[in-house]
Ligand binder design. Structure first.
Ligand SMILES: [Zn+2]
Ligand SMILES: [Zn+2]
Length: 154
């Protein structure tokens, strides 16, 4: 039996391949370009700078509340099923014990509807790192580079 719980996870990208992010510092939303796995253009970094406030945070601290809620909702039923299978396995072959699996049992988490990523915001390409474009709210006039944090005008 495979002990690893695999949670199928896919977050939506907009038409240009950008994913929505929320800055943990200023709590404003922007998007960054989601590189394909193995893309030689993808910058390997340990932290990103917020394009809006310029404060850096670790690479996995940029989830929007909707994305966190979605991931929680997707992983819930998977863990649920895993627990149920383990219970069935444990009772299998126990004399005089009949396990009647109750498939409606759940932790009360419903599988959520897929997230939708609207095609909003405008693309800003930092001159220092043009391979890491971002999308920022339309009224933004200057932004910080995701990779090095330097300011540039849009
Ligand atoms: Zn910020
Ligand atoms: Zn840069």
């Amino acid at each position: 039996m495979n002990d690893a719980i695999q949670v199928p996870l896919s977050l939506p990208l907009d038409a240009d391949g950008f994913i929505r992010r929320e800055c943990p510092t200023c709590e404003r939303e922007f998007k960054w370009f989601s590189h394909q796995e193995g893309d030689p253009d993808a910058q390997i970094v340990e932290q990103y700078f917020c394009p809006l406030c310029g404060v850096a945070s670790g690479t996995d601290s940029w989830w929007t509340p909707a994305q966190l809620e979605y991931m929680h909702g997707v992983s819930g039923p998977t863990i649920d099923r895993y627990v149920q299978d383990s219970i069935e396995e444990a009772f299998k072959g126990v004399k005089g014990m009949t396990c009647k699996p109750n498939r409606s049992f759940s932790f009360g988490i419903e599988t959520p509807d897929a997230l939708v990523e609207p095609d909003d915001m405008m693309i800003a390409e930092p001159p220092c790192h043009p391979n890491e474009p971002v999308k920022v709210p339309d009224e933004t006039t200057k932004a910080h580079c995701l990779v090095c944090g330097s300011t540039f005008a849009i």
